[in-house]
Design a protein around this ligand. Sequence first.
Ligand SMILES: [Zn+2]
Ligand SMILES: [Zn+2]
Length: 427
Amino acid sequence: MSTAKKGDLSATEKELLQVIAAGNVQEASRLLGSKDVRVNCLDEYGMTPLMHAAYKGKAEMCKLLLQHGADVNCNEHEHGYTALMFAGLSGKTDITRMMLDAGAETDVVNSVGRTAAQMAAFVGQHDCVTVINNFFSRARLDYYTKPQGLEKEPKLPPKLAGPLHKIIMSTNLNPVKLVMLVKENPLLMDTDALEKCRRVMELICEKCVKQQDLNEVLAMKMHYIGCVLHKCSCFIKDREDKLDGLIKCLLKGRENDGFPVFQEKFIRECIRKFPYCDATLLQQLVRTISPVEIGNDPTALSVLTQAITGQVGFMDAEFCTTCGEKGAEKRCSICKSVIYCNQECQKLHWFSHKKVCKKLQEQRLKHEAESAKRLEKQAKAEENQAVEEVTNAMEELSADQNEGASPESSDNQSEGAIPDPTPINVN
Ligand SMILES: [Zn+2]
Ligand SMILES: [Zn+2]
C-alpha cells in the first residue's frame, strides 16, 4: 500500500472515521476488512484512525486498529502530534500504556517542541504523565537475558526478567512496597538473584545517562531500585528475620511522632549515592532535600516521587501509610488518622503505630471539639444576624406576608468512615 496523502480518503475510510468517533468497534472491524480502507490513512489534518481513537479515549477501538497494523509512530499530523500525545491528552492511562506497549516513542516532540509527557502535564493529565515517564519496555530488559559478545551467560537469568520488570514498572516508589514486591516472588528471595538484578539496574542507569537522549529520570529510578534490591540482599544474607526485618526497619517510627527515620535516611542515602555527580536531576534533588530537617516536609520519598513520576503531592488520593499504594481506604478505627490498603498493611505497621495511636486520637478529638465549638459560635452569630435582618425587613414592609420559607434541612452527611474490625493487637 502506498504512503497515505493527507485528506486523500476513500468513502469507506471516511465512514471508518465516523464509526470510530461513534465508538462502534464491530462496524469498524467490518470496515477494516474492506479493500479500500488503509489503516494508516490520513485525514486533512494528517490524523490517522488510531490518533482519532486515542484522542476520543476509545480503548477497544485502539486495540482493534493496532491489531490491524496501525502505525503507532505515524507523525504526519499538521502540528506533529503522535498517537501517544493524543492518548496523553485524552487522560486515559490504559490507552497511553497500550501505545507504549505498541512501541510508541516517548521523546518525539510536536511542532512547538513538546513531548507527549509534557503535553499531558500541560493539560493536567498527571496519571498519563506518570505512565509515560515510568515506561520501560520489557524488550529493553530482555536484552540482558541474552548473552552479549563473549559472555557465556546472560547478565540476567531469563526467569528473573518478569519479576524484575514488575518492580521497574511500579509507579509507587515507597521502599516498603518495593520490598513487598521482592518478597512476593520466591525467585527474588536469593542474594545471588538480587545482586544480578541490581547489576542490571546499574547498567541501565549508566545507559540512560550516557545515551544521546539522556534520561536522568529513568536513570535515577533504576539507581534507586538497584539500591533497594541491594538492601534486600544484605538483609537476606545477614539477618534471620530477612525481609520482614527490613520492612520493620523501614516502618519503625521515632518515639515522639512516629516519623520513620530509617526510611527517610535510607532514601536520602540512595539519592546521594547516585553515581553521576553532575546530573541536573541529582543536584535538584539534593538542593531540595538537604535543607529539610528529618521529620519535616517534604520527605525524601515525596521529592523523589515527584521527580520521577511527576505526581505532585499526596493530596488528591488516599495513600496507604505502610506501602504508599493509592486508593487505600481502611482507616485505623481508634485514631482515624492513618489509612491502609488492608489488614495486612495495618498489621505490618501496628508495632510502630501503637505507640502514637492514642496520642493521635487525643489530638483528633481535641481538634474536633474545637472546630465544633467554632461552628456553633458561627452558627449562633449568623442566626442572630438573620433574626435582626428579618425584624428590620418586617418593620419596613409591615403589610407584606411572605410564605414561610422552610428552613434548609441540614443533611449532615457523615463522611464515609469505614467501620473496621480493627484495633489489631499484634506485638
Ligand atoms: Zn498498603
Ligand atoms: Zn491509630
